[in-house]
Ligand binder design. Sequence first.
Ligand code: SF4
Length: 196
Amino acid sequence: MNVLLHVCCGVCASVAAERLMCEGHTVTGYFYNPNIHPEDEYRRRLDAAEKVAAGIGFELIEGPYDRERWFTAVKGLEYDKEGGGRCLVCYEMRLRKTFETMKKKGFGAFTTTLTLSPHKCSSAINEIGRKIDEDHFILCDFKKKGGFSRAGEIAVEIGIYRQNYCGCIYSLEESYERENGKKKKTDEAGGSGQKG
Ligand code: SF4
């Protein structure tokens, strides 16, 4: 199957692409993440995804970085805890765009790297994918069978950046509060240690 794989970051893309390719699929990555804040963090994650695509051997397409659309979509849910309503909207927005791109460009199926993260509920992500189009969505749970530790190994092998917060401005603030017990000025970003 010719699969369009939504790519949230390089680390997650590595295992997801490797597994899909082992199953006989042809993989094209689709980096669509208007949630990522700030823009230099977006560039850092895109660069890591490009390195992984080159290292593993698949094409990567960049989607639009339409941040305003993302902020509009999550309006009213800004201060939901990570994993709550804001995240469900964020997953759906990215999966729906991947599905639309799949149709537009003639791919046979779509799925996402998002289930690699131990911080994300794979069944909620799969449910959203099924709701968008159950005939074309590939159910997955890339964190299973040691997926997360394998992703760490590949990240070291390829030498890519690993983020320490999920991606949006609100997760950046939450991460800073967890680490420092106080609010962060949200124009700052970066760090090491995977969280996504
Ligand atoms: S915490 Fe992550 S999944 Fe949730 S809204 Fe922010 S970027 Fe999206």
